[in-house]
Design a protein around this ligand. Structure first.
Ligand code: ADP
Length: 344
């Protein structure tokens, strides 16, 4: 049968069939051609009208109704709904296309939901794992103190200080988790302003001076007398990026080493690079470095108070600015992290 057969053509074919059969029967019984011809025309017309009415009333109109319901579900525009009556000549084909579309969309949604479920599962596992370490350490010190160490003047202060450090670590972790969940979830709008990135980096160097001193690391600008460089961005968030990158450069830099901050004019943007001369990162880790909780050396990072979230936060912030971040590193020589910001 024709692909786009409609009630009229189906009724016509059925009428033709009925008329031919009945005419053939009459023609066999009597030789009157006129009677046979009249019979043919009458049967054809009656059958056509009856079939056409039945098909329209009981099949086509009902399918059209189903299609309209599907469409009403998708659109709230009454004009579009009325236009459907005019243009929709083949509701059966349209319904089957709609159902196919709906199935494909549903499958995509199910896949997305599964992906989100895996993500939640993995995230929850990582979070509880990260929280467990400082909590267990606090619990350990408190139990030791309760078991008698509280009276021992030689260790009680030390254990309390260690418990307090773990509490700070716990707070830091929760703060980082809050930042990452905000950056990945609600996506708060950026508070864009014009500022001098060199001055901001200088503030960050000053802020991290003590941390750098502990490892006798010198943090400074690559070029002396770096002049003002205006950029557009969310200053508080860019400060966070600089802090995370400089803290990492100090954490993973070598004792008595140096951390250099360089600025490069890239026509439409300013590239800021933070380099250290630490242990470096093996090539195989580089593609995954910005993933949540990814660490090249889990034990070492935790010893240094690392959560594995710092670089993920940096990446989210830079991507929210529609800018780029990159890393290059050589084992034994050091690492360089660079990010761009729109020139102001
Ligand atoms: P962490 O809190 O563990 O430092 P980050 O997200 O800041 O988490 O960094 C992820 C991992 O990348 C770190 O655990 C470390 O292995 C590696 N890394 C980051 N910065 C450097 C660097 N400057 N030199 C060497 N390794 C680094």
């Amino acid at each position: 049968m024709k692909k786009n057969a409609n009630p009229r053509s189906i009724a016509f074919i059925a009428g033709l069939l009925a008329a031919t059969i009945s005419t053939a029967i009459i023609a066999i019984g009597s030789a009157d051609i006129f009677v046979a011809l009249v019979n043919f025309v009458v049967v054809l017309c009656v059958c056509f009208l009856v079939f056409n009415y039945l098909l329209q009333a009981f099949i086509y109109n009902k399918i059209k109704l189903i299609y309209k319901s599907i469409y009403r579900f998708k659109t709230h525009d009454e004009n579009e709904l009325r236009a459907l009556d005019k243009y929709n000549n083949d509701p059966i084909e349209t319904v089957s296309n709609e159902v196919l579309d709906w199935m494909l969309k549903n499958r995509k949604e199910v896949d997305q939901l599964k992906e989100q479920e895996n993500y939640r599962h993995e995230f929850l596992g990582n979070v509880s794992h990260e929280l467990k370490t400082p909590i267990q350490s606090i619990q350990g010190y408190i139990h030791t103190l309760l078991d008698g160490a509280l009276e021992d003047k030689k260790v009680n202060h030390l254990f309390l200080t260690k418990a307090s450090n773990s509490t700070e670590r716990l707070i830091e972790l929760v703060d980082e988790l809050t930042s990452i969940s905000r950056l990945e979830g609600d996506k708060p709008p950026l508070d864009i302003e014009l500022f001098d990135v060199v001055k901001l980096a200088d503030e960050v160097i000053e802020m991290l001076e003590n941390q750098a001193k502990e490892k006798k690391i010198a943090v400074r600008f690559k070029k002396k007398n770096t002049k003002v460089l205006l950029v557009e961005g969310d200053k508080a968030k860019v400060r966070q990026v600089l802090i995370n990158l400089v803290v990492n450069a100090i954490k993973y830099g070598k004792n008595e080493g140096q951390v250099l901050i360089g600025f490069y004019d890239m026509d439409k943007s300013i590239l800021t690079e933070i380099s250290d001369n630490g242990e470096g990162i093996a090539e195989e880790h580089l593609p995954r470095l910005f993933e949540r909780f990814y660490r090249t050396d889990k034990g070492r990072s935790r010893d240094q108070g690392g959560s594995g979230l710092g670089l993920a936060i940096v990446k989210h912030i830079i991507e929210a600015h529609k800018q780029t971040i990159n890393v290059r590193s050589t084992i034994g020589i050091g690492s360089t992290f660079g990010f761009t910001l729109k020139k102001g």
